[in-house]
Design a protein around this ligand. Structure first.
Ligand SMILES: [Mn+2]
Length: 317
């Protein structure tokens, strides 16, 4: 399969690169690394994302090239759909993108629905960035500092800074090679993790007031309400990383962030430590993800929603 993908890269002329809405470091770093590689080969490539690039990722090399508008797809012969378990994750343009002759899916979500026959998929890989690293090694692509910075950022963010159980020797091997070829770990981490706007910290303060600890402190959760967002002058983007806060409590196995989308409608981000699979919990509510990081959406009053989720956790354990 990987050789078929390499063949498509060599033969293709005009590439579309895209990823899911609610962009994260893995989606962006993977897209940009692929873009840099294709540009180095003299190919035409366009990165399209429905959502705007979050501020703390704007330092990534070539981030200014990302488009948030997609006009005519007929000029593309190949589309890369990165870090997406389903094509619909790319947003409103999914149907149009589906018309592009060759689709290549590079992804590591366990819940991948196999929408693309041509794919580089490994549910055990830490990140899409790690899979792209494997692809580049296999094709002996030139590892420029720009490519290495983007891939390092992808792997760093999807492993929570090399802390999650998806961090394997292969992950660290990739990271080592990326540093050897020009990625600067301190500079990348500072840009991503130590670059918060004051409104984010004000929102965090409000979120912390909602902390609940259940099942003898094994399950921790925070709630971000629409009013908290409004009062602090923050946006949804500012909640990134909040799900990690309860996760740092001693003995926690499941950490949840409830983000209010509408009056009785919540988005849940779930993280786990150890064996418990939050993917199974998210699946019960129509969501998906990985064993240690998953998401879903639930309708209802927050107190009822929280009860339902605790019940689901109890059944999963
Ligand atoms: Mn990912």
């Amino acid at each position: 399969m990987i050789n078929k993908i390499i063949k498509k890269i060599k033969e293709g002329q005009h590439f579309l690169i895209t990823s899911h809405t609610k962009l994260d470091g893995d989606a962006l770093g993977s897209e940009l690394a692929l873009y840099c590689m294709l540009s180095d080969l003299g190919k035409k490539a366009v990165i399209y994302n429905e959502d705007k690039t979050p501020d703390h990722y704007s330092f990534l090399p070539s981030a200014e090239k990302i488009a948030n508008k997609l006009d005519d797809v007929s000029k593309f012969d190949v589309a890369f759909i990165l870090d997406c378990s389903e094509l619909e994750r790319v947003g409103e343009k999914a149907k149009e993108i589906a018309r592009i002759k060759t689709l290549i899916n590079i992804d590591h979500h366990i819940s991948n629905n196999g929408f693309s026959p041509l794919k580089l998929w490994d549910g055990q890989a830490s990140s899409t960035g790690e899979l792209i690293f494997r692809l580049f090694e296999k094709m002996r692509a030139k590892m420029s500092p720009e490519i290495c910075t983007n891939l390092y950022a992808a792997i760093l963010t999807d492993t929570g800074g090399f802390r999650y159980t998806n961090t394997t020797k292969d992950t660290l091997y990739a990271a080592g090679k990326l540093v050897e070829n020009g990625a600067d770990p301190q500079w990348i981490s500072e840009n991503i993790y130590e670059n918060d706007s004051p409104v984010k910290i004000i929102l965090m303060k409000k979120a912390l007031e909602t902390l609940s600890l259940d099942f003898q402190n094994q399950v921790g959760s925070l709630v971000v309400t629409k009013s908290a967002l409004k009062e602090s002058g923050a946006t949804y983007e500012h909640t990134e990383g909040f799900v990690e806060i309860p996760r740092s409590v001693k003995g926690i196995s499941v950490s949840i962030l409830y983000t209010q989308l509408e009056d009785n409608y919540y988005k849940l981000s779930l993280r786990s430590k150890g064996k418990i699979s939050v993917e199974k919990i998210a699946k019960k509510f129509g969501g998906g993800g990985h064993a240690n990081a998953a998401a879903c959406r639930i309708k209802g009053n927050i107190e009822v929603v929280k009860e339902e989720v605790l019940e689901a956790i109890k059944e999963t354990r």
